[in-house]
Design a protein around this ligand. Structure first.
Ligand SMILES: Nc1nc2c(ncn2[C@@H]2O[C@H](COP(=O)(O)OP(=O)(O)OP(=O)(O)O)[C@@H](O)[C@H]2O)c(=O)[nH]1
Length: 193
């Protein structure tokens, strides 16, 4: 059974959307100069089609267009919402969550990721803050690092598992995304690569 899915990464410019994708797909970290995504981009990884959206405000209308299909129906795919632990992008995450609720379907699969967990000396957002925000919106949460690889694989496979279960609609085997994530995720102190 081939299951092809699309997911989308959203979050402010510079939080590490492209880097997380590259880490997941190629197992490498894109260090050095930062090339901002223009509009929207996608990468195909085995059976996942992952949209990488531009975080910059001036591309917002382009990314919004992808939230709906040609008939204006609410479409769009499971989302990973990112903020970064080293700047105030966390503060505006709430705005992203509100926007997603407006544009996406009710049953959208969402995952909140706090990226750049490796940059401990620059950290300004506490883990508890991420947990609190996630709880408020009822979404699973984990801290990640595209640099060290922390929880990157898990973030993508957990959503893939959830979608697979939804697709197969087998009520006897209800997949519990929150439980799975809480069991499998690593803390930021431990660097799994
Ligand atoms: N230390 C550290 N730096 C990271 C990490 N992820 C990304 N970066 C750096 O953050 C910068 C921005 O990363 P991108 O992945 O291009 O950010 P983006 O969210 O795709 O940005 P836009 O395309 O503008 O929306 C780059 O300089 C990366 O090297 C991480 O986990 N740890």
């Amino acid at each position: 059974l081939m299951c092809f899915m699309q997911v989308m990464l959203v979050g402010d410019s510079g939080v590490g959307k492209t880097c997380l994708l590259v880490r997941f797909k190629d197992g490498a970290f894109l260090a050095g100069s930062f090339i901002s995504t223009v509009g929207i981009d996608f990468r195909v990884s085995s059976n996942q089609w992952i949209w990488d959206t531009a975080g910059q405000e001036r591309f917002r209308s382009v990314t919004h267009a992808y939230y709906r299909d040609a008939h204006g129906e609410k479409l769009i795919p499971p989302l990973y919402l990112l903020y970064v632990l080293v700047s105030c992008s966390y503060c505006i995450c709430q705005a992203w969550l509100t926007e997603i609720h407006e544009y996406a379907q009710q049953d959208v699969v969402l995952m909140l990721l706090g990226n750049k967990a490796d940059a401990t000396h620059n950290r300004v957002v506490k883990r508890e803050d991420g947990e609190k925000l996630a709880k408020e919106f009822g979404v699973p949460f984990m801290e990640t690092s595209a640099r060290s690889g922390l929880n990157v694989e898990l973030a993508f496979t957990a959503v893939a598992k959830e979608l697979k279960h939804r697709f197969m609609k087998d009520p006897s085997e209800r997949f519990k995304l929150h439980e799975y994530v809480n069991k499998e995720m690593k803390g930021a102190g431990c660097c799994r690569t």
